[in-house]
Design a protein around this ligand. Structure first.
Ligand code: M3P
Ligand code: FE
Length: 308
């Protein structure tokens, strides 16, 4: 098995203003599949995800993120990474199995940017509805609403992103794929980190205020589906922040829009696949516009300034 350690983003718990409204939005407009509900939360997955859930919506009376979790290979890996984090000086806590539906114990810790990150190794495989023997390529869940394949990545806003990078690289086995430099030519404004061959599994933008969410991204498999997503957003009167367009960073095609709580989400079609031995790509301050929006070549004011 070549992929070891941290495998992929596992879950994001998002705070919403009104759970019923959010459930309706993420089911019918975003087109995620609802897989569960508990006292305060609703659970969703993309149509081609197999684990019980990736997005959890919590009735919180406000917007933002509670935590972002990664799936690790197995229980032994979870215990090893927990010990490695402690040796690195990170305080960790075990959240009991079953706290999230169909999910085993989670190791939770705070990173220097103020966000809560989790690792877990067990989540019930509920399948993608197409079975494991002679499966069809897609089913009706792949066409309802925007219908992303999976939750893809998150972009977090907070301070001390170089410390976050060190922790993810030195302890969790991630690598830097791309970064944008500030005017001084030395300090990073933003970093894109991968634990896989994806161009990013997590990204961070430097920001004074800790613990903030810029966006959660959902994967589509073609530029045409990005266009279809934009059509559906307009048909459903969804507020689009930017797009459809392309990122210079990651070369991904993209739309940013807001859910009814004001949380930004991205419908993203990945640009290229990356490898841990590749030299990271650098974007300089004078090219920050095209780094983020390749066609407009400038940032829109809401894009950097609005987060939850
Ligand atoms: C992405 C992406 C920023 C750039 C964001 C890029 C906030 O969201 O998926 O590559 O500068
Ligand atoms: Fe993104």
């Amino acid at each position: 098995m070549a992929i070891t350690g941290v495998l992929r983003p596992g879950h994001m718990q998002l705070k919403v203003l009104d759970l019923d409204e959010a459930v309706e939005f993420y089911s019918n407009v975003v087109g995620l599949v609802q897989t569960g509900r508990d006292a305060t939360r609703a659970y969703f997955k993309g149509w081609d995800e197999r684990d019980h859930h990736s997005l959890i919506l919590r009735d919180a009376g406000e917007a933002g993120m509670d935590f972002y979790g990664f799936k690790v290979a197995d229980d032994a890996t979870l215990a090893t990474l927990e010990a490695d984090l402690k040796n690195y000086g990170v305080t960790t806590e075990r959240v009991p199995a079953g706290d999230l539906l169909e999910t085993g114990e989670r190791v939770r810790f705070q990173i220097p940017s103020g966000h809560l990150i989790e690792l877990s190794s067990q989540k019930t495989d509920v399948g993608n509805g197409m079975g494991y023997i002679n499966p069809p390529p897609w089913n009706e869940a792949a066409e309802r609403g925007i219908a992303p394949i999976r939750m893809d990545h998150a972009l977090l806003y907070g301070p001390d992103i170089e410390k976050v990078q060190a922790l993810f690289v030195d302890v969790l086995g991630f690598y830097l794929v791309e970064h944008i430099l500030l005017e001084d030519g030395k300090t990073d404004l933003a970093i894109w980190l991968s634990c896989s061959t994806k161009a990013h599994d997590i990204a961070l933008v430097r920001n004074e205020e800790p613990g903030k969410l810029h966006h959660t991204a959902f994967l589509l498999d073609s530029w045409e589906k990005v266009l279809r997503a934009a059509d559906l957003m307009s048909m459903n009167r969804v507020t689009i922040d930017m797009g459809p367009t392309r990122h210079g960073v990651t070369r991904g095609t993209t739309i940013y829009a807001f859910d009814n709580s004001g949380n930004r989400f991205e419908t993203f079609c990945g640009g290229y696949q990356s490898y841990p031995d590749w030299e990271p790509l650098t974007w300089t301050w004078d090219e920050v516009g095209p780094a983020v929006f390749y066609h407009d070549r400038k940032l829109n004011p809401a894009f950097l300034g609005v987060y939850t």
